[in-house]
Design a binder for this molecule. Structure first.
Ligand code: ATP
Ligand code: MG
Length: 453
């Protein structure tokens, strides 16, 4: 078998129609298939009854020895480099995420996206790129998916072919398999760096301007509630996490998330996470139930990771009744859309409130919308900071305080443009002043700030 030689070939994947041939590194594929064969033998020869009685360390020692023996049987002595790689990676096969482990160890990767056994992409510094990683075949990928979901007590099969899970390091995982995923198992892993981006990093990356940070920091301190909106992967959670640092350290915070991502550094943080129904379809706990429960936990602020549904009404209630300064993110195309979606979520909550009442409720709870986008080249920018200043026909009257205008794309394919202050002096400045927070008079002067990247 040609092991090290590099060549590509067209491969037909098992279970995939013949017209979806893919060009892959054939030597790497041979290698993965050999590894899977050895892994199967290893599992067959492991004394499974041992598992319950030995420590993890002993087990890993046992696996190492066994792997070395089996590799020696399969691979001639002359090929030491290959032997070493197989032995090292056998542990990843038995205990970890198989071929994905090297990607998991790479801190510069934030997303790992497996489209098929031979198509594994990663996102690095905002850009999607092929990773070069391969699985031997669909069964190999399925085994790794099964390992991930069974670790968190979930199941993935034809009956429930779609699962969310979390890895021990906090990374968020979503897996979808046949029949919902037409081309076979897919896996998406959102990793959380050990060091989440801080507000200083976001300023350095020109995702936001220092002067608007000063305003938002004062708004948070003065308990002005706001929404952070944006599309998938626009950086909403990262921005929420970074801005939360401006919440005074002595406040008691309750965070509510579908899958816990926020990493707040405050002294009093209670983290709550929803629960999916178990295999019998019972035991689910929704964000709405958690928000209601949070109100009984004497919170100073409630932070809902992402508002998606009927919990919107309870969150607004909280914001209107002594828990001002609560923050959340929402999936939307712009500030106006964010408020329209929130309105819809309230309408879905079962309260038959007339629309003007809902709007009034939203406007008295929320003052600002910070909208983010992910632009060409992977850069994230704050596109709008809008203030709700009243009502207009058919919706809210919004005034932009700050924004970003894209003017072009540079040679590296990265979006270029300018931040600008519109000249609107936010109405909520009164509240800031009342709290003793004074911002420079010229902060909101109309001007443009070119961004060079
Ligand atoms: N300003 C930024 N510059 C560069 N990378 C960023 C920035 N903000 C976030 N990221 C990266 O982008 C990825 C997505 O970020 P984040 O989870 O905050 O987005 P999101 O909008 O909350 O996504 P989702 O829609 O999945 O909830 C993360 O890996 C994060 O590290
Ligand atoms: Mg998010």
């Amino acid at each position: 078998m040609p092991f090290i030689q590099s060549r590509t070939m067209m491969v037909e994947l098992p279970g995939v129609s013949a017209d979806t041939f893919e060009e892959v590194d054939a030597a790497e594929l041979d290698y993965q298939r050999l590894k899977v064969r050895i892994h199967e033998k290893l599992v067959d020869s492991l004394d499974l009854s041992l598992l319950a009685h030995v420590s993890e360390q002993e087990l890993s020692g046992e696996v190492k020895t066994l792997a070395a023996e089996l590799v020696a049987e399969e691979v001639p002595k002359t090929n030491m480099a290959l032997r070493e790689r197989l032995e090292a990676e056998m542990l990843d096969e038995v205990f970890g995420l198989g071929p994905l482990e090297p990607l998991m160890r790479d801190d510069s990767i934030c997303d790992i996206l497996v489209n098929s056994p031979t198509e594994v992409f990663v996102e690095r510094r905002g850009r999607l790129e092929p990773s070069g990683v391969l699985f031997a075949d669909e069964r190999h990928l399925m085994r790794i998916i099964q390992r991930i979901v069974s670790r968190v007590g979930r199941r993935i099969d034809e009956v429930s072919p779609m699962v969310d899970a979390r890895l021990p390091d906090g990374s968020r995982v979503n897996a979808v398999i046949r029949p919902l995923a037409l081309n076979g198992p897919t896996l998406s892993i959102r990793r959380f760096g050990k060091h989440p981006l801080q507000i200083e990093d976001l300023v350095a990356k020109h995702s936001i301007e220092q002067e608007i940070v000063e305003f938002l920091a004062a708004a948070i301190d003065a308990r002005v509630s706001f929404l952070i909106s944006g599309g998938t992967g626009a950086g909403k959670t990262t921005m929420l996490n970074a801005l939360a640092k401006f919440i005074p350290n002595d406040e008691r915070l309750v965070t509510i998330e579908d899958s816990a991502e926020l990493q707040l550094q405050h002294r009093h943080v209670i983290r709550l996470e929803t629960r999916a129904p178990n295999n019998e379809g019972t035991g689910a706990v929704s964000q709405r139930e958690l928000v209601r429960n949070a109100l009984r936990m004497r919170p100073d602020r409630i932070i809902v990771g992402e508002v998606r549904g009927s919990e919107a009404i309870d969150m607004l209630q909280a914001m209107n009744t002594g828990h001002e300064g609560s923050l959340t993110t929402i999936h939307a195309n712009d500030s106006r859309d964010a408020l329209a979606r929130l309105e819809m979520m309230v309408a879905m909550s079962g309260f038959e409130l007339p629309i003007p009442v809902v709007r009034q409720y939203i406007a008295s709870g929320i003052s600002l919308v910070v909208h983010l986008s992910r632009l060409k080249g992977g850069v994230r920018r704050v596109m709008q900071v809008s203030e709700i200043v009243g009502f207009a026909e058919g919706g809210f009257h919004l005034e932009d305080v700050f924004g970003f205008e894209q003017t072009g794309i540079n040679e590296q394919g990265i979006a270029q443009g300018e931040f600008y202050f519109t000249g609107h002096r936010p109405l909520c400045l009164n509240r800031l002043r009342a709290c003793g927070l004074r911002l420079s008079d010229s902060l909101f002067d109309k001007r443009r700030i070119p961004v060079s990247t």
